[in-house]
Design a protein around this ligand. Structure first.
Ligand code: PXL
Length: 277
């Protein structure tokens, strides 16, 4: 019998830009987890690059899931990220209902720095809320959390009151734990707020002047890998925060363009070490 854990990763293929499945698959592999992929769209490059091509794969999703069902496939975890159309929310819900598993992770990919990414709007945010009810853990950044909660985005430093208000509002929509990334805890610090079993923990790390795209996907993938290896939500969020910092430090040394993402490939060895601790 194959005892290796298997996760279903629902995300796009951005052919260039080191995000989505291009980050999830190698990071989950390094974590010892088999990944079954459900691509939501194929883009020439992620949407921060003007002129990107976009092939919507919504129509393929139900037949792919049907085939897995016919094959008798099962998953230990399901991890959803960037969805290519509003209709995909309902398909992901069906998939979660069809393939019961121990761990459903929803990364409500929609925006960052107070703005929605190209292609998303408030209607999408409202639809995506439904998926939160099926999640064991959600990993929004502060922008995504504010759109989901229907609360204005606070720029600059995020006060403890603001974070508590957002988490409280989100708790209407999910019973799962919330791992809130990109919290500006201070001038020189960046935090991750973990709301686990009613308790709030804040993981604080040094802030870098540079902001790279795709770090949310790197975080969520490392987090998923750690949970699938039996670590609890808080330890997994700490591991993922430290891994993102490893990646940023490696990137600052080797590249400059923020849209090119982080050089996580150079840090895979460190990820494996962190998982073994
Ligand atoms: O990293 C988030 C992300 C995922 N997928 C696509 C994106 C983005 C962010 O811009 O454009 C296609």
């Amino acid at each position: 019998m194959n005892q290796q854990k298997r996760i279903l990763a629902i995300n796009d293929i951005s052919c260039f830009g080191k995000c989505s499945l291009a980050a999830a698959v190698p990071i989950l592999s390094a974590s010892g987890i088999e990944t079954c992929m459900l691509p939501t769209a194929v883009l020439s490059a992620h949407t921060a690059f003007p002129g990107f091509t976009f092939r919507d794969l919504t129509e393929d999703m139900p037949s792919e899931a049907n085939h897995w069902q016919e094959m008798g496939l099962s998953f230990d975890g399901i991890y959803s990220g960037y969805l290519g159309s509003i209709r995909q929310v309902a398909y992901v819900e069906q998939i979660v209902d069809t393939f019961p598993c121990d761990f459903v992770l929803v990364d409500p990919v929609m925006g960052d720095n107070g703005k929605l990414y190209t292609g998303f709007d408030e209607a999408f945010a409202k639809e995506l809320r439904r998926l939160l009810t099926r999640a064991d853990v959600i990993v929004p950044n502060v922008t995504e959390a504010s759109f989901l909660a229907g609360i204005g985005y606070e720029a600059d430093t995020h006060s403890t009151d603001y974070i508590a208000t957002v988490l409280h509002a989100l708790s209407q929509y999910t019973k799962g734990d919330v791992v809130l990334t990109g919290v500006h805890t201070g001038k020189d610090t960046l935090g991750t707020a973990v709301f686990q079993d009613g308790m709030l923990h804040v993981i604080e790390r040094p802030k870098y002047d540079v902001v790279y795209s795709g770090t949310g996907d790197v975080f969520a993938s490392a987090f998923a890998g750690a949970v699938m290896n039996g670590k609890d939500v808080l330890n997994s969020a700490e591991l993922a925060s430290d891994f993102v910092i490893d990646c940023i430090e490696a990137t600052v040394k080797t590249s400059g363009n923020r849209n090119y993402g982080v050089n996580f490939e150079l840090c895979i060895g460190k990820l494996i070490e962190r998982l073994q601790k």
